[in-house]
Design a binder for this molecule. Structure first.
Ligand SMILES: [Zn+2]
Length: 116
């Protein structure tokens, strides 16, 4: 069942809400995910509400410049991104959501390093 979660960066400048059923998290081995150590969960755009202006975030792109990695310009935390393999969805870092026991969520391994 879907629940609404509130999320934020560390300093609170970036705030958002997601509606999600956190039945798994994705752990990816691509060059950026393995460095970040995020626990990812994808949600469609209608399940993601940004409470901060997107223009107030910093943006990092690389390689094909399709994935959009947004991060807080003040504290550097990256609460969400647009993934390359499905740029219409939001990939949320479950570690940035309030009240989630993320150690209890089953991990789905993703092998992003194998994508060209
Ligand atoms: Zn911040």
């Amino acid at each position: 069942m879907k629940q609404t979660y509130r999320g934020s960066c560390h300093c609170g400048r970036v705030r958002f809400e997601v509606d999600a059923e956190l039945d798994h998290v994705r752990v990816c081995d691509c060059s950026i995910c393995r460095r970040r150590g995020a626990l990812n969960h994808r949600v469609p755009p209608e399940c993601f509400r940004l409470l901060t202006r997107l223009e107030d975030l910093s943006l990092y792109t690389f390689h094909t410049h399709t994935a959009r990695d947004y991060f807080c310009p003040a504290c550097g935390i990256q609460p969400f991104r647009r993934p390359r393999t499905d740029p219409g969805v939001w990939t949320v870092n479950v570690r940035c959501l309030d009240g989630v026991d993320f150690e209890a969520i089953p991990v789905r391994r993703v092998f992003g390093s194998e994508y060209p």
